[in-house]
Design a protein around this ligand. Sequence first.
Ligand SMILES: NC(=O)c1ccc[n+]([C@@H]2O[C@H](COP(=O)([O-])OP(=O)(O)OC[C@H]3O[C@@H](n4cnc5c(N)ncnc54)[C@H](O)[C@@H]3O)[C@@H](O)[C@H]2O)c1
Length: 268
Amino acid sequence: MKILEGKRGLIFGALDEKSIAWKVALNAHEQGAKFILSNAPIALRMGKINELAEKTESRVIPADATSVDDLNKLFDESVKLLGGKLDFVLHSIGMSVNVRKGREYTNQNYDFTIKGFDVSALSFHKVLQSAWKNESMNDYGSIVALSYVAAQKTFPDYNDMAENKAYLESIARSFGYHFGNRNKVRINTISQSPTITTAGSGVKGFDTFFNYADKMSPLGNASAEDCANFCIALFSDLTKSVTMQNIFHDGGFSNTGISEDLIKEFTS
Ligand SMILES: NC(=O)c1ccc[n+]([C@@H]2O[C@H](COP(=O)([O-])OP(=O)(O)OC[C@H]3O[C@@H](n4cnc5c(N)ncnc54)[C@H](O)[C@@H]3O)[C@@H](O)[C@H]2O)c1
C-alpha cells in the first residue's frame, strides 16, 4: 500500500541529493504523493532541483521563505497546479549568516543574526500564516519542520542556530494549537541527528559532533533516509493525533547520559 496515495504537498529545501528534503521528495513520490518543490531563487540557480523535479514528476516554484508575498503566491499556485488543497508541507530550511561568515557566538553581527533568524525560524511562522490565511490546507493535513537538539542543550559551535531552533519548535506548539482547532491540521518538528548535508557540514567542528553523537546514540545517528521515512509517517494518516510536538529522531542521543563506547574512550 502507498501511504501517501492521493495526497498533495509542498516541499521546501531540496538543494542537492544530500538534502534531507531531497530524500523526503523521493520517498513521497514513491508513496504516491503529488507535490510542488520550492526553494529560494538563488538556490534554484545553484542547486539541482530540476533533476529532482524530473525524477518525482513535480513542478518547481521559486520562493524566498522570508518573503510573505512569495509565500502567498506559492501557496496559491500550488493549490491551483495540484488541483486541490494541500495535505502536507515540509519546512526544511536553515542558514546562519554568523556561522557562514565565521563569527563566534560571543561576537555576533546582529544584522547577520536577524537575517539567520528570519530564514531559519520566522520563515516557519510565515509559511504557516500564509497557509492559514490562504486556506491552503486540507482538514487533517500535516506540517513538519526540521530541528536540532541544540534547542535544548548547548553545542558551542552551533552558534545562533540554537536560538533559531528553539523558536522554531515553539512556533510548532503555538501555531499547532490554532491550526488544530480550526482544521485538525497537525504541526510538529523533528529533531534530527547530525546529518552530512550542505547546511550541516557548514557548522564548525561538524565531523566531531557527528562522530560523538554516533558513539553516544544506542542506535547510532539517524540517517537522512530514516529522517525521510519519519517525515512520511508524520504526513500519513497513521499519525493523525500527533501534534504540537518536538520529536527526537536521533537514535536515542537526547536521552543518553554516556555510552559504553565513550566510557572506553576515556578509560586509560
Ligand atoms: N544536517 C544536519 O545535521 C541537520 C540536523 C538537524 C536538523 N537539520 C535541519 O534540516 C533542515 C534542512 O537542512 P539540510 O541539512 O537538509 O541542509 P540543506 O543545505 O540541504 O538544506 C537547507 C535548505 O534551506 C534553503 N534555504 C536557505 N535560505 C532560504 C530561503 N530564504 N528561502 C527558502 N529556502 C532557503 C537552502 O536553499 C537549502 O535548500 C534545516 O532546517 C536544518 O537546520 C539539519
